[in-house]
Design a protein around this ligand. Structure first.
Ligand SMILES: *Cc1c(COP(=O)(O)O)cnc(C)c1O
Ligand SMILES: [Zn+2]
Length: 433
């Protein structure tokens, strides 16, 4: 079906045609949402659940269309239905595992903890869910160049998806020295035009906006509402993984605040369609070195705080002026959400703890985990609450932080030892049997 979607300004409500490829309201400059008339399909909530379950059960060897294996396109009708199906660029993405917290949950006194591991996506972060939609839409709209500013994961995903489209160029603007070598390598490996700039993420964001105004370049930061459509599916998939039980809490790390906005939007759509019958609560967590959204929340959102983001191991969320603040604020209000901030020590210990339990999640994901633990300690989250922590990227994009933690003096540090190459030295190092 086509003609189902349009853009609507979050601030003033003005509507625009989807074909305009707009990034902001022409009247007030506000952020845009994609709004889709999903009721036009005439299905009940139960019918949708049944359709999605049938698709999930399909065998990959029989798959001929992206929605048969992708955790984004499984929900095809609810994700930019106006996009022609044969124009979809999919690797496929999503269909990540939902891990039961087990011993990790016990340590944090969260008996029903689950971790949705978005590090299991093709480029090892959830950004792939947005890029499959964004790059597909860019191609369908006739763009030959796509661009983004990035803290490292958006650029990796943009570069990898653009590389699948013949003749498409990816341009990525990166804050010099502020992303990991692994992330930088991903953009280079996929052939993106990679520009390291002597500024921070917020500086790159301003420049990429200027670039896309000056040239026919499709901007694929989360300011672009089309990208958000793909990221909605993280919470949908987690709920389906839980046998359609809605968690009490969904906990998300917050940088530019696009992902929290996406998850909230998707949940509101499913409430409206009757796919789910209950609201979860949302928790957005920031690192204290860069926590403007938390500072705004603490002021009851009477003021939109921005800051110069400080150095943090959670470098993917080192952002001082979250572009999607108004959308994220809307979701926090609607879902009776909370916003919390965690220190470097808290996030690093949570990073080490999760990885010790065999969950290869990154320091940004650990921000959410540490936040869940903090909210548990404060009694905001209860012991028996069903909690889904969204782990946003894979540990191995951040191997420098991993080895620095273990060589340093962290609470769970497990430093390597250098020995002479003799059995005696090994036996002495192991100590008494
Ligand atoms: C992008 C990113 C985030 C933050 O998402 P926003 O939409 O910017 O709030 C968190 N963790 C990782 C690993 C990311 O790449
Ligand atoms: Zn407006």
């Amino acid at each position: 079906m086509t003609g189902l979607s349009s853009f609507r300004c979050v601030a003033c409500g003005m509507s625009f045609a989807l074909a305009e490829t707009r990034l902001a309201c022409s009247s007030c400059g506000g952020l845009l949402d994609v709004v889709s008339n999903l009721r036009a399909f005439g299905r009940t909530g139960a019918a949708w659940r049944d359709l999605f379950d049938r698709r999930r059960a399909a065998s990959p060897s029989e798959a001929t269309r992206p929605f048969e294996t992708s955790g984004v396109w499984r929900f095809r009708e609810h994700v930019l239905p106006d996009l022609p199906e044969d124009g979809i660029v999919s690797k496929p993405e999503g269909a990540t595992r939902l891990y039961a917290g087990g011993a990790l949950g016990e340590e944090l006194s969260l008996s029903r903890l689950f971790v949705k591991h978005e590090g299991e996506n093709p480029t090892l972060s959830f950004k792939d869910r947005g890029m499959t939609v964004g790059v597909s839409w860019a191609r369908a709209s006739g763009f030959k160049t796509v661009a983004c500013a990035s803290t490292g994961d958006t650029s990796a995903a943009l570069a990898a998806y653009a590389a699948e489209v013949p003749g498409m160029r990816a341009v990525v603007l990166l804050p010099q020295g502020k992303i990991t070598d692994e992330q930088l390598g991903q953009a280079l490996a996929s052939g993106a035009t990679t520009l390291g700039l002597d500024t921070d993420f917020d500086g790159c964001m301003r420049l990429v906006a200027e670039l896309t105004a000056a040239r026919p370049v499709f901007l694929l930061n989360s300011k672009n509402p089309v990208r958000i459509e793909g990221q909605k599916t993280i919470a949908w998939e987690a709920i389906q993984d839980l046998g359609w039980r809605v968690p009490d809490w969904i906990v998300v790390p917050v940088g530019n605040a696009g992902n929290l906005s996406a998850i909230g939007k998707g949940l509101r759509e499913w409430l409206d369609l009757g796919v789910i019958g209950k609201k979860p609560r949302l928790a957005g967590i920031q690192a204290s070195a860069a926590d403007p959204f938390f500072q705004s929340y603490r002021r009851g959102f009477t003021e939109r705080v921005t800051c110069v983001a400080g150095d943090t191991a959670a470098s993917a969320i080192r952002i001082g002026a979250p572009v999607s603040h108004p959308k994220a604020e809307r979701e926090i209000r609607f879902f009776e959400g909370v916003v919390e901030s965690v220190t470097e020590a808290e996030l690093l210990d949570a990073f080490a703890l999760a990885n010790r339990h065999g969950l290869a999640i990154c320091p940004n994901s650990a921000v959410a985990l540490a936040g869940a633990a903090k909210l548990r300690q404060a009694g905001v989250i209860r012991e028996a609450d069903l909690v889904v922590v969204v782990a946003t990227a894979h540990a191995l994009k951040f191997s420098g932080t991993m080895s620095a933690y273990h060589r340093g003096g962290g609470r769970l540090a497990n430093p390597p030892r250098l020995l002479p190459a003799t059995l005696d030295a090994i036996l002495a190092a192991l100590g008494e049997p």
